[in-house]
Design a protein around this ligand. Structure first.
Ligand code: ZN
Length: 394
């Protein structure tokens, strides 16, 4: 459907499935995808195949290519909007709750059910948005609710899935950054935390919140660039013919603007106790800045305008629905203040990244040692078949 990956090559081994289930048992364990909503299941399978393909392609790459080592990723059987990265039994894991996947897909289903949104795609006139309100995004998730939100037109449904796919690919890249940029080691050393759970229920000190926000900004920054390059390449290769008439940078920023607006709607109000993440509007601002410095200007001469266009389409839709999260409201009222806030956070993040450097080297060294150990035992190249598959498809 949306990527070149196939289902059989990237299916996780039974051992990896069991290791994931054991490591994530306290969070709900591994999700059995046969439980998922059938329309969204194929997208989720494709996402997990893509995740695994990417990891195996970079598994033993040398720095600075973020070696992924023994990293296992899968979905967690948990309806909360959350994701977790952790180390366990000499392996690293990324678990993405199905509740987060469901929320993002639902948002795009409701979005594409509005006839005025991207009205040149499919038969927009058959959509009846009235029944599919944004309020449904605040309800408890269920596959049944999701089914009631699907766009009526098949092509618009496909586009909703493509855009949701990219938003989730960004979430994945963000989690990989927490692992590969040694954030887990930092949290263990400084706060004795074994797991990095995105949205925590414990209260944080001001100092902890600042450090966590810097880690989040660092993960977003790394994820923004890889995600933007991936999406524009897929679009240029003709992977999404239904989106061929729209600039890839517009659809890219649209998909991320939706992700952060949805997170804003679900966030605690501004002024509540110190939080672990920068406000979603500040995060989107950083992601957009990062992208604007990262695309090829000769390929995208109007790139900045396209990035702004995607963001604008989502903001307009959000306002039309009469729902605006706190941080986007604040951004509209005081853009200069938001830019100052981001500049401060960027400075603090730069300082923290310096502290992370030796930890990243330590992690890379551990991975190299394990690889040598593995090579010695197997007397063969590790995961040769995976790497071959990946290079054929890269
Ligand atoms: Zn994070």
């Amino acid at each position: 459907m949306t990527t070149d990956s196939t289902t059989t090559e990237a299916t996780p081994s039974l051992a990896a499935q069991e290791a994931f289930h054991r490591a994530l048992r306290n969070y709900g364990g591994r999700l059995d995808l046969s439980k998922a909503h059938p329309t969204t299941r194929s997208g989720m399978e494709e996402l997990s195949n893509y995740y695994r393909w990417l990891i195996s392609a970079a598994r033993f790459a040398e720095p600075p290519y973020n070696p992924t080592g023994d990293l296992i990723v899968d979905f967690v059987d948990n309806a909360e909007v959350n994701a977790v990265a952790l180390g366990f039994d000499r392996k690293e894991f990324i678990g993405i709750n199905w509740g987060l996947v469901a929320l993002i897909y639902q948002a795009f289903y409701v979005f594409m059910s509005r006839p005025s949104v991207l009205s040149t795609i499919g038969k927009a006139e058959v959509e009846k948005a009235g029944k599919k309100s944004v309020d449904s995004l605040l309800q408890q998730h269920s596959w049944k609710l999701m089914e009631s939100l699907l766009p009526a037109d098949g092509e618009r449904l496909c586009v909703a899935q493509h855009l949701a796919w990219n938003a989730m690919a960004f979430v994945f890249a963000h989690e990989v950054s927490h692992v590969c940029r040694a954030h887990l080691r930092f949290l263990k050393n400084v706060y004795d935390l074994d797991h990095h759970i995105e949205y925590k229920s414990v209260s944080l000190s001001e100092e902890q919140a600042r450090a966590l926000q810097s880690l989040e900004l660092d993960a977003d920054t790394a994820a923004a660039e890889t995600n933007m390059i991936l999406w524009t390449k897929l679009c240029q290769r003709g992977t999404y013919p239904l989106l061929a008439e729209i600039s890839p940078l517009t659809t890219w920023s649209l998909s991320l603007a939706m992700l952060f607006h949805v997170l804003d709607m679900r966030s605690k109000p501004i002024g509540s106790p110190p939080r672990s993440h920068p406000e979603p509007a500040i995060r989107l601002l950083q992601v957009a800045y990062e992208a604007c410095g990262g695309f090829d200007k000769t390929q995208f001469p109007e790139g900045q305008r396209r990035v702004a266009e995607g963001w604008g389409i989502v903001s307009k839709w959000w306002q039309q629905n009469g729902l605006s999260g706190d941080s986007f409201g604040e951004l509209d009222n005081d853009l200069d203040g938001a830019i100052d806030k981001l500049d401060n956070l960027r400075r603090e993040t730069g300082e923290l990244v310096e502290q992370l450097r030796p930890l990243t080297e330590e992690r890379n060294c551990d991975i190299r040692l394990r690889k040598e150990d593995h090579d010695h035992t197997e007397n063969t190249e590790p995961n040769k078949a995976d790497a071959g598959d990946a290079s054929q498809r890269a």
